[in-house]
Design a protein around this ligand. Structure first.
Ligand code: C2E
Ligand code: MG
Ligand code: MG
Ligand code: MG
Length: 287
């Protein structure tokens, strides 16, 4: 990155790239201590049923409250944690917090309220998926905290499953057999191999928000409508529920409801927020 310019003089080829690399290095080395010091926190974004608008759970999204850089989103540090392996203990922490939170939401609902217990969705990155302790750790957390497996949904991206063989799928299969839901996250951003879907132990397909960009207004892009309609029908015929991410307008919600999507998530409903936000929404829905 530094270019020799004769003698002892060095010129920075790209000062901005340089600064980014320095920050990246600094963030990477700061990760373990940050986990110990409790600098990570989780925001929860509601998952809303499109038919009746009730909240049926939330996705856990981790953030880092960095002492110098302020609040950092996961795109800034999850790849670094993946690279160093810190994602395993960090992921375990996220899982434990989220499972506690789901149980707490459930316990706070008024006695005799109908409807299923709120669920929590937790993201898994490729390294976590390959980690041999995944099933044991997950079972241990669920049992110790006392959340039924059906209260947890693990989100795995398509790209993490590209070329997945039976060895990689086995832990997911075991978790699914226990009753943990598995969602395919960001569906449509990778090389969506539709035939592959039936091999995977999935119960939810999360449609990437790129599919709904053409639906932000009335009328929607007719091709986008057709594509989503096709995906929904395929998913439903494979007994998969369809969740759509990144819903930002009421028009999108209308179109997606009409196309038969089951759940939505996005700024139109709520931004990711503290656990209390979900608590308030759940109480408002409780009957
Ligand atoms: P994701 O799992 O696809 O999560 C959805 C992302 O879309 C979140 O970004 C969320 O804040 C954002 N989003 C939600 N609604 C809208 C909307 O209406 N419009 C737009 N433009 N965006 C919306 P976020 O929080 O920055 O997370 C980014 C990614 O980081 C996640 O993508 C997930 O892959 C990863 N991630 C987050 N938390 C964890 C974690 O605990 N563990 C692992 N391994 N990965 C995580
Ligand atoms: Mg996700
Ligand atoms: Mg997603
Ligand atoms: Mg995404």
């Amino acid at each position: 990155r530094a270019k020799a310019a004769g003698g002892n003089r060095f010129e920075l080829a790209d000062p901005e790239a340089d600064a980014r690399a320095i920050t990246r290095h600094g963030l990477t080395t700061a990760l373990p201590a940050a986990l110990e010091r409790g600098e990570f926190f989780i925001e929860y974004q509601p998952l809303v049923r499109l038919d009746d608008g009730t909240v049926h759970g939330a996705e856990a999204l981790v953030r880092w409250s960095h002492p110098q850089h302020g609040v950092l989103g996961p795109d800034r540090f999850i790849p670094l944690a993946e690279h160093t392996g810190l994602i395993v203990p960090l992921g375990r922490w996220v899982l434990e917090q989220s499972v506690r939170q789901a149980l707490f939401w459930h316990q706070q609902l008024p006695e005799g309220s109908t409807g299923a217990a709120p669920r929590v969705n937790v993201n898994l990155s490729p390294t976590q998926l390959h980690h041999p302790g995944l099933v044991a750790d997950t079972v241990e957390v669920l049992e110790r905290i006392g959340l039924p497996p059906g209260g947890l949904c693990l989100e795995v991206t398509e790209s993490a499953l590209i070329g997945a063989d039976e060895d990689l799928l086995k832990p997911l299969r075991q978790l699914a057999e226990m009753g943990v839901d598995i969602a395919l996250d960001d569906f449509g951003t990778g090389y969506s191999n539709l035939a592959n879907l039936r091999r995977l132990p999935l119960s939810v397909l999360k449609l990437d928000r790129s599919f709904t960009q053409g639906m932000q207004q009335h009328p929607a892009d007719p091709v986008d409508l057709k594509i989503v309609e096709g995906i929904v029908s395929l998913a439903h015929s494979l007994q998969l529920a369809v969740t759509v991410e990144g819903v930002e307008t009421g028009a999108q919600a209308d179109h997606l409801r009409r196309l038969g999507c089951d759940t939505a998530q996005g700024w139109y409903y709520a931004r990711p927020g503290p656990p209390d936000q979900l608590h308030t929404l759940l109480l408002a829905d409780a009957v």
